[in-house]
Design a protein around this ligand. Structure first.
Ligand code: GLC
Length: 455
C-alpha cells in the first residue's frame, strides 16, 4: 500500500488516510521531538539547543540532514526540528501568533518567499547582512537574494527555489497522437479531452484551487499568462486586476472546472492532493511545483514512473502571449528573539551549502538556489526537472512584494477560490479585487499594527 512519511520514521499512514486527515491537521498534530543526540560535550557544557521550524518533510531528505548536522556538532549544537503545517498560510499564522506573544521558541525559521518584507518590517527576523556577506550572496541566483532583501538589508538565505510548471503524461499524449504538449490553455483542454477518451484517464487537469496561498499563485498564473497583472509593474500603487486581460485569465481558470476538464474537487486541492491524483495515474495534466516530481514518481508511493512524465512551461491564453510561472521558494531566517544567533548561523550555513542543496535536489527534486548546481552534470542528469523545468524557472514571476502582501493574499485567496467553486463570476472576482486591493494599497505600504489585528 502506498504510504507517506514512512521513510521519515513516523507511523506509516496510507495516502488516503493522510488525505483524510489533511496535511495541515497532521502537521499541527505532530510535534516532533529532538532528532539528534543529546548529552554534554567534551567541555562538560550542555550543547546549544536550536529549534528549527519547517513544514512536513515528505521526501525525508530534510530530517536526514538535521540528523547529520547533529552528529557533526555533537556536544556543541543540537537542532530540534519542529514540524509546521504544509499550508504556508497556516504556518505563517502560527508564527505570527508566537511573534506577537514575544518571539516564541524558534531560532531558525524556514520561510516562504513572500514573508521577508512583512517579517522584516515588524522586526521579527534578523538582518543577516553582517553574516551573509556580499561575496557569499553572489553565488546565488540573483532573484532569490532580491526576494530576501528589504530596505537594502538581507534577511534570509535562499534555501530552495520554486516555479509553477505543467506536468503531463508523455506516454498518454503520444498514444493519442500528440507529439507536443499544449502551448495554450485551449489546447490543453482539447488534448485532455482526447486523451481521457482514448485512455479512460479519470481527470484531464488537476491544479491547486483551495482557499490558501497556493490557490493565489494558481489564480495569478492565469492572470499573468493572459497578459494581466494585479499591480502595474511600472507603478506598484496602481491596481490593474480589473483589466480585460486579468478577466480573460480568470474566465479560463473557471472554465477548467465548468468545461469538465478539471474535477470540481480542485476547489479544495492543495499541492498534496494534486500530486497524489497525478501520481496515481488519474490525471493527464497537473500544475505543480518541482518537488512534486520526486513525489509523484516515487516508486514507493506512485503508479507512474519518471519516463512517463513530461514537464513544460505553463500554457498561455493565445499564441504570442508570454508565459509566466509563479515564483515560489523557501528561505532561512533567524528569529530576532533568538539568543543563539551564532549557532543558528552555523546551521543555516550547513543547510544552504552546495552539498546539502545537491542532496535535496537529487532526492527530493528541490531546485537549488546556488548557481553552480545548475552546471553540475550529476544533478542535471539525475534531476530532469532542472533541465526540463529550466524555461519555467526563467519565466518565474514574483507575487507583489510588499509588507501588505498578506492582506492582499487573503483577499485573492478567498476570491479565486469562490471563482473555482463557481459561486462568483470572473467579473465579480476582478471587480471585487480591484476595489479591495486598491483599498489595501491606499492604506499605505506599512502594515497595520499586528497587535490591533488580533481578533
Ligand atoms: C510552494 C512555494 C511557495 C508558495 C506555496 C503555495 O511552497 O514555494 O512560495 O507560497 O507553494 O502553496
Amino acid at each position: 500500500m502506498a504510504t507517506l512519511g514512512n521513510r521519515a520514521g513516523r507511523r506509516a499512514l496510507s495516502r488516503r488516510e493522510f488525505l483524510r486527515l489533511g496535511a495541515g491537521g497532521l502537521a499541527s498534530a505532530v510535534l516532533l521531538g529532538g532528532v539528534g543526540c543529546s548529552g554534554e560535550g567534551q567541555s562538560g557544557m550542555a550543547p546549544v539547543r536550536l529549534t528549527f521550524s519547517h513544514g512536513p518533510d515528505e521526501s525525508g531528505t530534510f530530517r536526514q540532514q538535521v540528523e547529520e548536522f547533529n552528529r557533526l556538532h555533537a556536544g556543541e549544537i543540537e537542532v530540534r526540528y519542529r514540524e509546521m503545517p504544509a499550508d504556508t498560510g497556516q504556518y505563517y499564522e502560527q508564527l505570527r501568533t508566537e511573534f506577537q506573544a514575544g518571539g516564541g521558541e524558534i531560532d531558525v525559521i524556514s520561510g516562504d518567499v513572500t514573508w521577508p518584507a512583512r517579517f522584516a518590517a515588524q522586526g521579527w527576523i534578523s538582518d543577516l547582512s553582517e553574516f551573509f556577506t556580499r561575496g557569499a550572496r553572489e553565488q546565488y541566483l540573483p532573484y532569490t537574494i532580491e526576494s530576501n532583501t528589504y530596505e537594502d538589508a538581507v534577511y534570509g538565505v535562499p534555501w530552495f527555489t520554486d516555479a509553477g510548471m505543467l506536468y503531463y503524461r508523455k506516454d498518454l499524449l503520444e498514444d493519442s497522437g500528440f507529439s507536443d504538449p499544449p502551448g495554450t490553455w485551449d489546447e490543453l483542454k482539447e488534448q485532455a479531452r482526447k486523451v481521457q477518451r482514448d485512455s479512460g484517464t479519470q481527470y484531464g487537469f488537476v491544479f491547486q484551487g483551495a482557499d490558501y496561498e497556493g490557490g493565489v499563485v494558481n489564480g495569478l498564473e492565469y492572470v499573468w499568462t493572459s497578459g494581466g497583472d494585479v499591480l502595474d509593474p511600472r507603478d506598484p500603487d496602481e491596481v490593474v486586476v480589473g483589466s480585460e486581460q486579468a478577466l480573460e485569465g480568470l474566465r479560463t481558470e473557471q472554465s477548467m472546472v465548468t468545461d469538465g476538464v478539471a474535477p470540481k474537487a480542485v476547489s479544495s486541492y492543495k499541492e498534496l492532493e494534486s500530486y497524489t491524483v497525478f501520481g496515481d495515474g488519474d490525471a493527464v495534466f497537473m500544475r505543480n511545483w518541482p518537488f512534486a516530481y520526486a513525489l509523484s514518481t516515487d516508486p514507493t508511493q506512485s503508479r507512474i514512473r519518471p519516463e512517463q512524465v513530461g514537464i513544460v512551461t505553463l500554457p498561455v491564453i493565445a499564441e504570442g502571449v508570454r508565459t509566466y510561472s509563479g515564483l515560489g521558494g523557501w528561505n532561512l531566517f533567524i528569529n530576532t528573539a533568538s539568543g543563539n544567533r551564532d549557532a543558528a548561523w552555523t546551521f543555516i550555513q550547513y543547510l544552504s551549502a552546495p552539498e546539502q542543496q545537491r542532496t535535496r535536489a537529487l532526492r527530493g527534486s528541490y531546485l537549488p538556489t546556488l548557481e553552480t548546481l545548475y552546471e553540475d552534470d550529476e544533478v542535471l542528469e539525475t534531476v530532469p526537472i532542472l533541465a526540463l523545468g529550466r524555461e519555467a524557472i526563467q519565466s518565474a514571476r514574483p507575487r507583489p512584494s510588499s509588507p501588505s502582501y498578506p492582506e492582499m493574499s487573503l483577499k485573492m485567496s478567498e476570491q479565486f477560490n469562490a471563482l473555482v467553486r463557481g459561486v462568483s463570476s470572473p467579473e465579480q472576482v476582478t471587480s471585487t479585487l480591484q476595489a479591495e486591493i486598491a483599498n489595501i494599497v491606499e492604506q499605505g505600504g506599512e502594515p497595520r499594527s499586528e497587535v490591533e489585528s488580533i481578533p
